[in-house]
Design a protein around this ligand. Structure first.
Ligand code: TYD
Length: 139
């Protein structure tokens, strides 16, 4: 898995003078079935979230309100994305380390996930994450 497998997905935007609408269908607009939705809110200024990678989980990260940055890291390269549109999502593959920062006041980060919550799916130690990648590339 590399950063090239991650990308911004443009979601449908149904425009209406009374307010716009975006719908997301799993395995149609995004490449996985949605098993879980969670969101971050009431985020104090200067906070950092994330700081982990997942073994099997795929995610789509959306700035539902306000803005924030997501830094993706495949163990070799890093890329910073600024998310600030509720009709754009950042698709994050498995085995990608992510960190979120630069949250604007009142921002809401919604995450669509391909699996139920499972702590065993996390790499929370960056060195362990790098060791796993090295083992995979030398096999
Ligand atoms: P974590 O994934 O580390 O949050 P973030 O990446 O936003 O910093 O999760 C924070 C805590 O919330 C941790 O104790 C696990 C718990 N949690 C759940 O119980 N269910 C969930 O779906 C998620 C994402 C986290």
């Amino acid at each position: 898995m590399t950063l090239e497998d991650c990308r911004i997905i443009e979601l449908p935007k149904i425009k209406n003078p009374s307010g716009n609408l975006t719908a997301i269908e799993g395995e149609f607009h995004i490449p996985f079935a949605i098993q879980r939705v969670y969101y971050l809110y009431d985020i104090p200024g200067g906070s950092e979230r994330g700081g982990h990678a997942h073994k099997n989980l795929q995610q789509l990260i959306i700035a539902m309100s306000g803005s924030f940055d997501v830094i993706l890291d495949d163990g070799y390269n890093q890329q910073r994305y600024h998310l600030n549109r509720p009709y754009q999502g950042l698709y994050v593959r498995t085995l990608i380390w992510r960190q979120l920062d630069n949250f604007s006041s009142g921002s809401v980060c919604m995450v669509l996930a391909s699996n139920h919550y499972d702590e065993a799916d996390y790499y929370r130690d960056y060195d362990e994450f790098l060791r796993t990648l090295t083992c995979r590339t030398t096999l």
